[in-house]
Ligand binder design. Structure first.
Ligand code: GDP
Ligand code: CA
Length: 307
């Protein structure tokens, strides 16, 4: 069974690991968000692709919740001592990947090709594709003006309320090679429990990807990132309250109008399933606290096709 999952970083990566425990990883294609990409200290960083890579290669730091396990910070210490920019935390092991990717980009290799090469080297069997090889960047409108995604999320710790989003470059962005073919060959499309606004929307902002999902002939199942109306981590609940008018399953579903057939919601939200329209609710335990929980959530999302 071919499964395509659209995914952001940490939350999506955990889910994708679960999917790869249920379906042969070779049959899993992950389309990752690149709206969070940035240049820092002269390097190109793709945080969401890296979170997915590290999760699938079993290199993630589960305690910290992001980045690589057994990480050290010597290089950043030197950067700080020399007065360089340290607002975006880059560990030593992580830096190695950014160096390789940045050089390859300078040499003209597309992001998708570099990502495939790195995934292979790390022993990842799933296919990981950036949504696009073109430059696509998320901008956040706040009361104090429009700022880049990472300035809002990391430097300002997503303190500012979000009035709107803009995906710079999306209108001209083409899906990365392999994305449309994977969607066409999919038996099931999944939207990971990632932030709908800043992780999944930038992927769907690539017009041909959105159109392919909208025109699907196979089921598309989203997993809600909210549990009891609250984000497990990050600003998804505040964004839904402000931009969609609430944090119920119907507000999550509304982010994906016309794109999903089912929504996996947590048991703690099962009392509030009104207004879903044609979207079928799948009630499950959605907290991915360990490998078992991740696998069970993936099974719930995959269930309809597996049975
Ligand atoms: P980012 O790119 O690293 O910010 O990560 P994502 O956008 O992929 O994931 C962030 C979202 O994952 C947040 O909105 C969280 O609420 C959600 N999330 C994290 N862990 C879990 C979990 O165990 N279960 C569910 N349902 N959502 C989760
Ligand atoms: Ca992200």
């Amino acid at each position: 069974m071919n499964v395509v999952t659209l995914s952001g970083g940490v939350g999506g990566a955990r889910f994708v690991r679960g999917v790869c425990d249920v379906v042969a990883p070779r049959d899993v294609t992950v389309v990752g968000n690149v709206g969070d990409d940035l240049e820092v200290l002269g390097m190109h960083v793709s945080p969401d692709l890296d979170s997915i890579l590290y999760a699938l290669a079993d290199l993630s730091d589960e305690q910290r919740g992001w980045g690589r396990a057994d990480e050290s910070w010597q290089a950043l210490g030197t950067v700080a001592a020399l007065g360089g920019e340290t607002w975006f935390l880059l560990g030593d092991r992580d830096l190695g990947l950014h160096l390789v990717r940045t050089q390859a980009l300078h040499d003209g290799e597309p992001l998708s090709a570099i990502t495939a090469r790195i995934a292979r080297k790390l022993g990842v069997d799933a296919v990981l594709l950036p949504a696009t090889d073109d430059r696509l960047r998320t901008w956040i409108s706040t009361a104090s003006g429009e700022i880049t995604f990472q300035e809002w999320f990391v430097a300002r710790q997503h303190r500012d309320e979000v009035d709107g989003l803009r995906f710079e470059g999306a209108a001209d962005a083409a899906p990365a090679p392999g994305v449309l073919a994977a969607l066409a060959a999919a038996d099931l499309i999944l939207l990971a429990p990632s932030n709908p606004y800043v992780s999944v929307a930038p992927i769907l902002a690539v017009e041909e990807i959105r159109a392919a999902v909208a025109a699907r002939t196979v089921p598309c199942v989203a997993v809600s990132p909210l549990i009891g109306g609250r984000a497990v981590k990050g600003p998804a609940d505040r964004m839904l309250a402000r931009l969609a008018g609430g944090t119920s399953p119907r507000h999550v579903a509304r982010c994906y109008e016309g794109l999903i057939d089912a929504l996996v919601v947590d048991e703690s939200d099962a009392h509030d399933l009104g207004g879903l329209g044609d979207v079928r609710p799948i009630v499950a335990r959605t907290l991915m606290r360990d490998a078992d929980a991740r696998r069970r959530l993936a099974e719930a999302a995959l269930g309809r096709v597996l049975t």
